[in-house]
Every structure is written in C-alpha cells, then in structure tokens.
Design a protein around this ligand. Structure first.
Ligand SMILES: [Zn+2]
Length: 171
C-alpha cells in the first residue's frame, strides 16, 4: 500500500545527531504485521497505522524486518526530519535517529542475524557518520519518561548489540 507523501507535515532536523534509539514496532502500530515479524514483506502494513494516526509518515527513521531469510533495513522516515516521541526529552529527541525492529520482543528473542544486520548496516555507519561512540546507543525504555515502557522488549539485549557494533566497527 502507498501513502501520500507529505513532508511539509514533518519537523525538519536542525541539530546534529547525537543519539541512536532502538525500538520495536508493536508499541505504536496495532496491525498484526507490526507485532510478529515473519518472512513476508510487512513494513507496508505500518502505513495503515500512519493513516489511522493521520500522521505524515512512519514514526521511525528505519524499520528492520525479515524478508525471506534475511533482515532488511527499510527507510521509513527521511533522516532530514524528526520523529515525534513526546515521552523522550526534546533535547535528546531533536538529536536522535530512531530505528525499530519489526515485531514485539517481550515474548520473542531477536535472532543473532537480526543484531548483525542492525549493527553492520545501520548502527555502525551512523556512529561513523556522526562521530559517535557506542555509548550513544540507547533503548527507548532507557529514555522514556514512562517507567512502564519496555520498548524494544525484555528480550532485546543492548549488550549483544554493542558486542556486534564492536565486531563490525568502521575504522
Ligand atoms: Zn519505542
């Protein structure tokens, strides 16, 4: 499915990137496709949520999902615009890149390959591009002012992501 492209509704990024924030899509999109990542291309289903919310685009810069037997990062909001997360301090959010894994990780354990692709194709290039250390990677739950927030899920381990980041570091 397609949405109308309406960049005039998005906030333009004015400050340099300092934070990379990891999410999972089940938190804001109620579609079944946003809750369970299977091997079929599903990210387009998130646009149903965008239409329901009357928002301008998917509220993450990238979504990583499994298609056939591989994880694929998909650009879902151009980096030149901000995502809107009222539960995250504006000083952080105005300088953040938001990456979501498709699915829900309070019940499911992310596969090792998912961490590999996340680190190699997205997080490491972003760290290099914006001259950031791995300490700038945060989970949504670490930054949310909602104490109940567990995004991207209890089974997502930041330590595993950091170890993959070190393995694929761009020198
Ligand atoms: Zn989140």
């Amino acid at each position: 499915m397609r949405i109308q492209l309406r960049p005039s509704l998005l906030k333009i990024r004015r400050q340099s990137v300092k934070w990379i924030i990891i999410h999972s899509t089940a938190e804001i999109y109620p579609q079944p496709a946003a809750r369970i990542d299977n091997s079929i291309y599903q990210s387009h289903e998130l646009f149903k949520g965008v239409l329901e919310d009357k928002s301008a685009d998917i509220n993450y810069h990238y979504v990583v999902e499994k298609i056939k037997d591989e994880y694929i990062p998909i650009v879902t909001r151009p980096l030149a615009y901000l995502c809107e997360w009222p539960d995250i301090d504006l000083n952080i959010n105005n300088r953040a890149v938001h990456i979501a894994l498709l699915g829900e990780y309070n019940f499911k354990i992310p596969e090792p390959r998912c961490y590999d692709i996340l680190a190699y194709r997205l997080v490491n290039p972003l760290l290099k591009l914006f001259k950031l250390s791995a300490s700038r990677i945060k989970l949504h739950s670490e930054l949310s002012n909602d104490k109940e927030n567990s995004c991207p899920g209890e089974y997502f381990e930041k330590d595993i992501l950091i170890s993959k980041v070190r393995r694929f570091v761009v020198k």
